[in-house]
Design a protein around this ligand. Structure first.
Ligand SMILES: Nc1ncnc2c1ncn2[C@@H]1O[C@H](COP(=O)(O)OP(=O)(O)OP(=O)(O)O)[C@@H](O)[C@H]1O
Length: 213
């Protein structure tokens, strides 16, 4: 799905070869500061490498229209963005850009249940806790069915262990059912081992020396 070839970004990332398999749940695992977030941002063109090549489905990432690429490769960051308004409006926000019809309330309520979010659609999104906002942001990207790949930077970092397990189960089942892919960063070895089909250990993929094309 993604292939890295002799990629260098500042002195943060040097990767000679790396392949992400399609239709898999892939976890990036490594110590703090090892470049996991940086690598994730390169997958949807938010950061561009200084040298080397990154392919998405056999086509260079640089050749995609950035807006088109980000509809297919959707990022969910560490600090979920909430917009002023209700939970409903926040869930529906992403759909506006896909040109799809709005989801009705029964679908949204089902989604809240899946995400273990005991809130009403009319509730003010601003009043939610950090973990609840994270789940609303999760729901928002799940509704945007245009995505082929989800990039998740520590998606469950604000959740307690029990909620994390439930949310990860729902999310990974959804990904599998829809035949999509997810690449997520986590600090938790348990989460990585439980949910990932492939674990990429940063210390194994980073080259120590300068790399040449
Ligand atoms: N725009 C930037 N310019 C310069 N250095 C940066 C930039 N962004 C990140 N860094 C540095 O690059 C290194 C990797 O950062 P990154 O956030 O990718 O690591 P990480 O593995 O995701 O860390 P964590 O697990 O703590 O979130 C860090 O040393 C960071 O300080």
């Amino acid at each position: 799905m993604f292939t890295f070839s002799n990629v260098q970004y500042k002195d943060i990332l040097k990767i000679e070869k790396l392949t992400f398999q399609d239709k898999q749940i892939i976890c990036l695992f490594g110590e703090s500061g090892s470049g996991k977030s940086t690598l994730l941002k390169m997958l949807n063109g938010m950061l561009t490498q200084d040298s080397g090549k990154i392919f998405y489905k056999e086509r260079l990432i640089d050749d995609y229209d950035p807006v088109e690429l980000r509809k297919k490769v959707v990022m969910l960051g560490q600090d979920p963005v909430m917009f002023q308004g209700t939970v409903r409006e926040n869930l529906l926000f992403g759909l506006k850009f896909t040109g799809k019809s709005e989801a009705d309330d029964s679908k949204l309520k089902e989604l809240l249940k899946d995400l273990r979010l005991e809130k009403n659609l009319e509730d003010d999104a601003d009043q939610l806790s950090g973990g609840e906002k994270q789940r609303v942001a999760f729901g928002r990207v799940l509704l945007m069915e245009a995505a082929e790949v989800y990039l998740l930077d520590e998606p469950t970092s604000a959740l307690d262990e029990e909620t994390e397990t439930k949310v990860m189960s729902v999310f990974t089942q959804h990904i599998k059912r829809e035949g999509k892919s997810a690449i997520f960063v986590t600090h938790s070895k348990e989460v990585a081992e439980k949910y990932a089909d492939q674990i990429i250990y940063m210390n194994e993929v980073l080259a120590n020396e300068e790399i040449s094309e």
